[in-house]
Design a protein around this ligand. Structure first.
Ligand code: ZN
Length: 243
């Protein structure tokens, strides 16, 4: 049985890394970017809502899109898979947590030091990068972006937009942690968004055992040692709470 085989791999591992993607958040009711393009938003696409050019052209439109998604994230709750990961700290010499998700649910479940490859939708920062950050999402206006108190530029969502580079420090630490892990869990990611999707192959090339947890086939299945066709909420507590 594959879950027993996965547990056996984890029982002998000292260094474990986890990469989570949109499926992990979808189980908490946070829609993927594309699934959120419904209703009033169905006539827009990513180019119009999630690029630096889109924000400069129509900051109110982009801000309202993110306000709506931010409200959804604030209403969502971490599920048993998030909690199992947070509780598993201490069972290994290191348990690195890298996520493509921007909703902060891992931190809310109790995980510290989460490497957020694509940023965090609950944070805002100055569009002109003067260094101002704003971390009180519940106090943000929903309609137009507020002005940076230091330089007057609009605040922007703290996510990585299409066409932007990932933070090189976060990406570099993620690469290092996955490449030095003995077991890597890849949870709820379709494996289509690079550079994040390249991390499991890098880990495998460095000698890690790769376990994929996803109820649907992913583009990364060919490089897994084990594929568990389960949701995160089914698999992670079963795998981690008995280690
Ligand atoms: Zn500023």
């Amino acid at each position: 049985m594959t879950i027993a085989a996965a547990r056996a791999l984890l029982q002998t591992a000292r260094r474990v890394a986890v990469l989570t993607g949109a499926g992990m958040s979808a189980e908490s009711g946070v829609p993927t970017f594309r699934d959120a393009l419904t209703g009033l938003w169905s006539k827009f696409d990513a180019e119009q809502l999630a690029t630096p050019a889109a924000f400069r052209a129509n900051p109110g439109l982009v801000w309202r899109w993110y306000s709506e998604r931010r409200a959804g994230v604030l209403n969502a709750q971490p599920h048993a898979g998030h909690v199992a990961l947070a509780r598993a700290v201490g069972r290994f010499d290191s348990l690195a947590l890298v996520t493509q998700n921007v909703d902060g649910l891992h931190a809310r479940a109790g995980s510290a030091d989460v490497l957020e490859l694509h940023g965090n939708i609950l944070h805002s920062r100055c569009l002109d990068d003067c260094g101002v950050r704003y971390d009180h999402p519940e106090q943000l206006p929903a309609g137009e972006p507020p002005r940076c108190p230091a330089c007057g530029a609009p605040l922007r969502p703290g996510v990585v937009w299409f066409g932007e580079s990932l933070d090189p420090g976060i990406l570099g630490r993620s690469e290092h942690l996955l490449a030095s892990a003995q077991v890597v869990l890849v949870v709820g990611t379709s494996g289509l968004v690079y550079p994040a999707a390249g991390l499991p192959a890098m880990a495998r090339a460095a000698g890690a055992k790769v376990i994929i947890i996803n109820p649907d086939p992913s583009a990364l299945d060919h490089l897994a040692h084990l594929v568990l066709p389960l949701t995160a909420e089914q698999a992670l507590p079963a795998l981690l709470e008995t280690i």
